[in-house]
Ligand binder design. Structure first.
Ligand code: PRX
Length: 664
């Protein structure tokens, strides 16, 4: 946690304030800062009463709960735990018999531009039919099912079908490697994989099924009984007799009616693996009741969702944002949403803006990295500038996944929102299940680069290393003082790691987010300054430095030692920099370039292309103290290209620093 001091140093003064317009305040669900304050006051006054009221009014229960919060085994909190519900029924069945049943639930736009629309009623039938197919193969409540799918409607159907029968899904992003897949199958003890022959991205057909085959062939995956293959493209793929079936085969003869299986509120809806500060990804386990409540409620609060809205979250279902704000939240809230298969730059970098115009999108939610790359593209080519599209349907913009720099915020506000759309900068994490801090569009004055204030009921604070609260105007460690319904329940198979990672003894039982933050002196607004642990955020994708280090040293014929740090990058937020000691002499020039490429390809195979180091530097050793500890602060300076002005007197081998100057 020592890096929290850097959070304190980087206090940035941002004076621009953008209050919501009178019309926005008037029309909003949570109206004015008074509306926000009233909810916060209710939560302060009667914490359990507040959550109980919201859970009763926002979730359909098969069996009502009588206990709101059980803290007897903290930090293994239980919410609404004697209640029963089904997540899929809360997203689909509840709309049947209401005007929403014939509303379009999903506008799907494929990579090649083909558009398909699916109503709530149709979606329910498709989910039910797939749920029956899973049941027919013996998949039951509590079984784990791995989902490795492209960004298609079928991915959401797979997740909803699991939820419908009480199976716990674990979605793995389609960019992860065979090895990553194998590790997750083993850790989760999955009984089935739902995948696709290929995925289409940017006009290219990329394999998925062959990666599943490769992962399973690596061994230890005997728990897998069935592999379901969605035929996204016409190209044939390998099918293993007795194990693999196409969607068509699985669905043949299955009824489109399937009664949802009620589960306890604490039943694990899903496990989602994310990077932590050790080499092994953590299986973040989420509940059904508390998670669903927050997915639905934040749609209403953060996005001020109205029945006529067309909501678009651009995140992939392989990440938490795609879980909460594609697969569950919009459906639970009865929204019409856009699901996009492709990439923002194909066939050109105006794709997002053209899609907003085509589908009359009203709420657009994306990541700062996407915004930054589209700014660059628009500046280089006027033909893909947002001005070329009619964006007048938009009323709310959102940002997620990484800090948004004030310049990108202003561009988004002016060029996409035309200075009339509030930007909700939503701070949250895989572990939090849903938004933690965000403006409410009709209530909170906006400050560029700030996620402003915690949502009502979220008791966020900034503390020092002993858990003492810091006054406004200063920075420190971001914590949440009280549990909340959608919080992580445990790390799958590793409750000790859960306790140690998120509830360290010195922090008085507070939830440790792993980020540094500062609060402004005037408004008490929060600004996230970045991770205080060994986690990097590259294009909004979370990567553990130790995970990449382990991958590098796993190339044991070549690599003796590796250290990975992040450095700021204008486009991707952070970039991955690896310092490598080889088992042979230190390479230079073309040879170094060739080895750097070999190592990047290796990391892509071990973890996935998103983990490829941008810079690789070779040394005969790494800078170490006399006790043998790698001096990471020096590595961070080198990675940034800074000259070393720090005290190097404790350094065992100062000559190494010169060798590490060149990045390949
Ligand atoms: O560092 C914070 C950053 O992303 C981390 C969580 O990453 P992940 O679990 O992959 O979830 C990303 C999508 C919710 C956080 O610890 N982060 C997320 N949102 C923001 C952010 N940093 C600054 N501002 C945000 N709005």
């Amino acid at each position: 946690m020592s890096a929290s001091t850097s959070a304190i140093e980087s206090v940035l003064v941002e004076n621009r304030v953008f209050p919501p317009s009178e019309a926005t305040v008037k029309a909003a669900r949570i109206s004015g800062i008074e509306g926000y304050n009233a909810l916060c006051a209710e939560a302060e006054k009667d914490f359990e009463g507040f959550w109980s009221r919201l859970a009763k009014t926002n979730v359909v229960w098969n069996k009502p709960f009588t206990r709101t919060l059980d803290e007897s085994n903290a930090p293994f909190y239980k919410w609404f735990d004697d209640g029963e519900l089904n997540a899929s029924a809360n997203c689909l069945d509840k709309h049947i018999g209401t005007p929403t049943e014939n509303k379009v639930a999903v506008i799907f736009e494929a990579d090649d531009g083909k558009v398909t629309k699916t109503t709530y009623k149709e979606l329910l039938a498709r989910v039910s039919q797939f749920a029956n197919a899973l049941k027919a193969d013996g998949i039951r409540k509590g079984d784990r099912v791995l989902v490795y799918m492209p960004m298609t409607l079928e991915g959401v159907i797979a997740m909803q079908a699991c939820a419908r029968i009480g199976a716990t899904h674990s979605v793995v992003f389609g960019g992860f490697s065979a090895k990553a897949l194998q590790e997750r199958i083993i850790d989760a003890g999955a009984v089935a994989v739902i995948t696709s022959n290929y995925q289409m991205r940017g006009g290219k057909e990329l394999p998925l099924k062959s990666i599943v085959d490769e992962g399973i062939a690596m061994g230890g995956c005997e728990s897998i009984k069935t592999v379901y293959v969605y035929q996204r493209t016409q190209t044939a793929c390998n099918m293993v007799a007795g194990r693999d079936k196409t969607f068509d085969e699985a669905l043949a003869g299955q009824s489109t009616d399937c009664a949802p299986v009620p589960v306890g509120a604490e039943h694990p809806l899903f496990i989602l693996y994310t990077s932590g500060s050790t080499g092994k990804p953590k299986g973040v386990q989420h509940s059904t009741g508390g998670y669903l409540l927050w997915a639905k409620l934040t749609m209403d609060w953060t996005f001020d969702l109205k029945p006529e809205d067309v909501f678009w979250c651009t995140a992939d279902i392989g990440w938490i944002t795609g879980h909460t704000y594609v697969a569950y939240g919009p459906l639970a809230a009865g929204a019409t949403q856009i699901i996009f298969e492709g990439v923002p730059t194909f066939p050109n970098a105006g794709r997002f803006w053209q899609m907003i115009e085509r589908h009359k999108c009203t709420i657009f939610y994306t990541a700062p990295t996407a915004i930054r790359s589209l700014i660059k593209a628009a500046e280089a080519d006027a033909a893909v500038h947002p001005d070329r599209s009619d964006l007048s349907s938009l009323r709310i913009l959102g940002s997620v996944g990484e800090p948004i720099n004030p310049e990108a915020w202003m561009w988004y506000y002016k060029n996409v929102g035309h200075e009339k759309c509030p930007i909700v900068d939503t701070f949250w994490q895989t572990e939090t299940g849903g938004h933690m801090m965000s403006p409410m569009p009709g209530a909170t004055p906006l400050v560029p680069g700030s996620c402003t204030l915690p949502l009502p009921g979220i008791m966020a604070a900034i503390v020092d290393e002993s858990g003492n609260e810091m006054p406004n105007g200063s920075g420190g460690i971001l914590v949440v003082k009280r549990p909340w319904p959608s919080m992580i329940r445990t790390i799958w198979n590793d409750p000790d790691r859960f306790k140690k990672s998120y509830f360290p003894d010195e922090l008085k039982g507070y939830y440790l987010a792993g980020d540094g933050a500062v609060r402004s002196a005037d408004r008490g607004y929060f600004r996230i300054t970045g991770r205080i642990d060994d986690v990097l955020n590259v294009s909004g994708h979370r990567m553990g430095t130790m995970e990449i280090e382990s991958a590098l040293v796993a190339k044991s014929d070549l690599v003796a030692e590796a250290a990975v740090v992040g450095r700021p990058d204008d486009l991707t937020g952070e970039a991955i920099c690896a310092f490598v000691v080889l088992k042979r002499s230190r390479p230079e020039g073309d040879e170094a370039k060739a080895i750097a490429k070999e190592l990047r390809d290796w990391v892509a195979k071990e973890i996935g292309p998103i983990a490829k180091p941008k810079d690789i530097r070779f040394g005969e050793n790494l800078p170490k103290t006399r006790s043998g500890k790698i001096m990471r602060r020096l590595l961070r300076s080198l990675a940034k290209g800074e000259s070393i002005t720090q005290d190097t007197s404790t350094l065992e081998n100062p000559a190494i620093l010169d060798q590490l100057g060149q990045a390949y």
